[in-house]
Design a protein. Structure first.
Length: 565
């Protein structure tokens, strides 16, 4: 088995490669902070072990990760190092892909001349590849640079790019091209043409909702999906078509939530959607294998060709059904708006907040009318007020003589609550009247306690009902509360040092329910939850929760057997 030193080196090799694989998985899942730390640690290890190909891959992905989290100088340094290593390995395609990343960085920084030189250098190599995604990546970066340079050839370049991306079934690239054409038409003052491109882009999202794991779009794919909705909303607002604007805004936020709640839809289109999604996943898996290969392999290219043909066939069948008015999932439209208005009646108003850059706007639906109020506040000032309010609340945790400061803390909190009332409610006060409120938040408003906002001596909850919803369409689909019995409830309570009174909370809730089972203390385990939750009409957790905005997948609840992610 070799000498002891050789065995130790073999272990180090395998350990480093395993860490690299883990980092790549984190990057794929957008867990960028974890990926960054591993690439930073493992890249020098490959250098010491003289594993040039592995070091090149590590530094290339290190650079991509640094770019994602805004560390531009580190991204450029790692990508340049990867280029040298790839060239030493004679892997010209991978080196060219890194040059494309550098071209994007220079273009974003405003240096279109440097970006164009890097893109041209990369494009000359990638256009020789038989991998169509590599060729499309080069053409897309060149098109972006033309757009930012106000090059007259940009329109023709984009039209050819869209056509080519469509022929290869690369939906993410098609949508990016359509969005870019829409922006170009808006810049030229041709709003009707811009609307047409954005509507085509939105239609693609409606038809193909599952994201593609293409590396070229891993950073901005969600932005590409939302952009056509946002621009169509803005165009309608500018033209005073507030109903249309609300519909587009609502479609951008409600679609996946509403669809998951609805059992409607025919079997045929749903089966086609599943089939199309499966073909697309397989196609992108094959492309990723080809992207990571040192050279183009004939077997992979044959499989890719077959997968593209299957995807094209399924897509044509989907489009045929859609063209006959039977879309796989009906989007929120005029009928949906009328349903929301009908359920609101005369006693409630719905306020759907919007966020454009840092500017907060609000749609108000009341008495069958739709109004829009733009620029009522900034997201940053509301976020600052929320931070100050939380500081006042958290001050209650410190010191043994808190009662002496309660009045002062409450007064400061009331000042902040009144300030947020003036920003978020006062501008729409006449439109909502005395009606109950359905609040659909956006941005920092997700953290605003509307029921506690204060006008003079009264809190908002003292004068009206206040409820929250993730979207108007979801709210409209919710049951109205009549006839929903709670025959079986499951109450789970686990106290720790931060929330010691949860068992008292659960005891109070239990008194309100006719039939409730309680798991508390050492019995409040995840296995206990799994065993009993299937038959419960109501499940109530009283435990400590940890939300990780930097890493949402590792948010967790604290139960007796540990933290449950």
């Amino acid at each position: 088995f070799g000498t002891r030193r050789q065995r130790q080196m073999c272990i180090r090799d395998r350990s480093a490669i395993a860490e690299l694989e883990i980092a790549d998985i984190y990057l794929e899942l957008n867990l960028t902070n974890q990926a960054f730390d591993i690439y930073k640690r493992v890249s020098p290890v490959f250098k010491r072990l003289r594993m040039r190909a592995e070091e090149a891959r590590s530094r290339a992905n290190f650079g991509r990760t640094a770019l994602k989290i805004g560390k531009l100088s580190a991204a450029k340094r790692q990508l340049n190092a990867a280029i040298k290593l790839y060239e030493a390995e004679q892997n010209n395609f991978a080196a060219a892909a890194c040059r494309l990343e550098l071209a994007r960085i220079e273009s974003d920084a405003g240096d279109q001349s440097a970006a164009a030189m890097l893109a041209a250098s990369a494009s000359g190599v990638l256009k020789k590849s038989e991998n169509p995604r590599r060729r499309l990546a080069a053409e897309w970066v060149e098109a972006e640079i033309m757009l930012r340079s106000a090059d007259r050839r940009a329109r023709k370049k984009l039209a050819a790019f869209i056509e080519k991306a469509e022929s290869h079934g690369q939906v993410a690239y098609v949508q990016a091209g359509l969005n870019a054409m829409g922006r170009l038409e808006m810049r030229s003052g041709r709003n009707a043409d811009a609307r047409s491109y954005f509507e085509r882009s939105a239609a693609m999202v409606e038809m193909m909702r599952s994201p593609l794991p293409a590396e070229e779009f891993s950073l901005a794919f969600m932005a590409e999906r939302i952009e056509p909705y946002r621009e169509l909303t803005n165009l309608a607002i500018a033209e005073g078509r507030f109903r249309d604007a609300f519909i587009w805004n609502e479609r951008s936020r409600s679609r996946s939530l509403a669809d998951s709640m609805s059992a409607k839809g025919t079997a045929g289109p749903n089966l086609l959607a599943t089939e199309t999604h499966r073909h697309r996943e397989e196609l992108n898996r094959l492309y990723k294998l080809l992207d990571s290969a040192a050279g183009d392999t004939e077997s992979l290219k044959r499989k890719i060709g077959a997968a593209e043909r299957k995807l094209a066939t399924a897509t044509r069948r989907m489009n045929s059904i859609s063209g006959n008015g039977h879309s796989p999932q009906a989007a929120f439209g005029k009928a949906g708006l009328e349903a929301v208005i009908g359920r609101l009646g005369s006693g409630r108003a719905l306020v759907e907040f919007t966020l454009s850059g840092d500017e907060i706007g609000a749609f108000v639906l009341a008495d069958g009318e739709v109004e829009f109020f733009g620029g009522i506040a900034s997201n940053s000032e509301i976020a600052a007020a929320i931070r100050s309010l939380r500081f006042q609340f958290e001050s209650l945790k410190y010191g043994q003589n808190v009662d002496a400061f309660t009045a002062s803390l409450r007064k400061k909190a009331d000042v902040l609550l009144a300030r947020m009332y003036e920003k978020l409610v006062r501008p729409i006060r006449d439109a909502i009247g005395d009606r109950g409120l359905v609040v659909v938040p956006a941005g920092a408003i997700h953290l605003v306690p509307f029921h506690a906002l204060k006008e003079e001596k009264r809190y908002l909850i003292e004068e009206r009902e206040v409820v929250y919803a993730p979207s108007a369409a979801v709210w409209e689909r919710l049951p109205n509360g009549e006839g929903n019995g709670l025959d079986n409830a499951l109450l789970i309570a686990f106290a720790d040092e931060k929330i010691p009174l949860v068992e008292s909370e659960v005891a109070a809730i239990r008194e309100m329910l006719s039939n409730a089972e309680t798991l508390s203390g050492k019995d409040a385990t995840f296995d206990g939850y799994l065993d009993r939750s299937g038959s419960a009409d109501l499940i109530h957790f009283a435990c400590h929760g940890s939300f990780r905005p930097d890493d949402p997948m590792n948010s967790s609840l604290h139960l007796a057997d540990g933290w449950v992610t």
